[in-house]
Design a protein around this ligand. Structure first.
Ligand code: BGC
Length: 311
């Protein structure tokens, strides 16, 4: 079993907020940490879980700031990635987080999964074992974690996080987030409201399912250099702009960490930003979605990032 505690170094300032084992929080009421002598008294916290085709990761999230307050603990996605195997990995990860001093049982808990997520079920499974379609995902995770768990599409979760705390902050109109990693995920927002499960990674492109040609994993599988991949991805992006005329596109997922290698080859028809929360977006958004389902509303943040390309 591969297990590592990731220090979330990509996120500037993250190290300051990661709690060491000694900095235990005591949840006095659901999702609210601590007593007044603790580091962030009364802050609303949630647990975010991000199940991807490659890794399963989770952390405790400060919902006011969208930052991680525990280490981000990660395991490789089990193979085969059956519901029980994945849920066991998630339970081990939460166990590790608990061991480091975070009491998570009362916190709102959300899990982003790579498929259409509806009423606690996963309705599609392109990058995860197909046996997920036979069981109610929410029930499996709740059984293993012994608490209520909200299920959301992984890209929708990442998009929510970027809209609330990252590159999409304060942006109205039509915003489209694309996560480019093992697959291509999409999250569509209209005036800040999510249109869930858009699945634009499966648009037809060159008579193929787009993500099989231009996802991050496809780039590696096809052994494409960044320039060649970027030009193909640019064609896909062009389709997306034609269909949706977004006011902003946010690029996220693993490939968004490598923008220096390909951004110059993209010719977007409109404003394009790179995600700010990078590897943490899915975790933060899943925790936020669970908290919001319970009535929580985060304060308006002012952390929007720069437009990096414009058509
Ligand atoms: C799935 C999406 C998911 C994306 C990124 C696609 O294959 O169909 O639901 O968001 O991969 O994980």
């Amino acid at each position: 079993m591969e297990e590592d505690i990731d220090d979330a170094r990509e996120r500037p300032g993250m190290d300051e907020t990661v709690q060491s084992a000694g900095d235990a929080y005591r949840a006095e009421s659901p999702g609210v940490a601590g007593t007044s002598d603790e580091p962030h008294p009364g802050r609303p916290f949630g647990v975010g879980i991000d199940v991807g085709g490659t890794g399963v990761k989770a952390a405790v999230v400060d919902l006011e700031t969208g930052t991680l307050v525990s280490a981000r603990v990660r395991e490789k996605t089990p193979s085969p990635s059956t519901p029980d195997a994945v849920a066991q990995a998630v339970a081990r990860i939460i166990g590790r987080i608990e061991e480091s001093g975070h009491r998570t049982a009362q916190m709102p808990t959300g899990a982003g999964l790579p498929g259409v997520a509806k009423d606690g079920w996963l309705k599609t499974a392109a990058n995860i074992d197909r046996s997920w379609l036979d069981v109610r995902a929410q029930d499996v995770l709740e059984r293993h974690l012994q608490r209520p768990v909200l299920i959301i599409n992984d890209a929708d979760a990442a998009g929510l996080a970027e809209m609330r705390y990252g590159a999409g902050t304060g942006q109205h109109g039509v915003v489209l987030m694309l996560t480019i990693g093992t697959g291509i995920g999409s999250a569509l927002f209209v005036d800040d409201r999510l249109v869930p499960n858009t699945e634009l990674g499966h648009l037809e492109y060159h008579r193929r399912d787009a993500e099989t040609l231009v996802s991050g994993a496809a780039r590696e599988r096809r052994k494409l250099g960044w320039k060649v991949w970027a030009k193909e991805f640019d064609g896909y992006l062009d389709h997306v702009y034609r269909y949706f005329s977004p006011d902003l596109v946010i690029l996220g997922g693993g490939v968004s960490k490598e923008t220096g290698r390909y951004l110059q080859y993209l010719t977007p028809r409109g404003p394009l930003k790179v995600a700010r929360l990078l590897n943490s977006a899915g975790i933060v958004g899943a925790a936020l979605a669970a908290a919001e389902a319970g009535g929580y509303r985060p304060p308006v943040s002012a952390g929007a990032s720069e437009i990096v390309a414009e058509g």
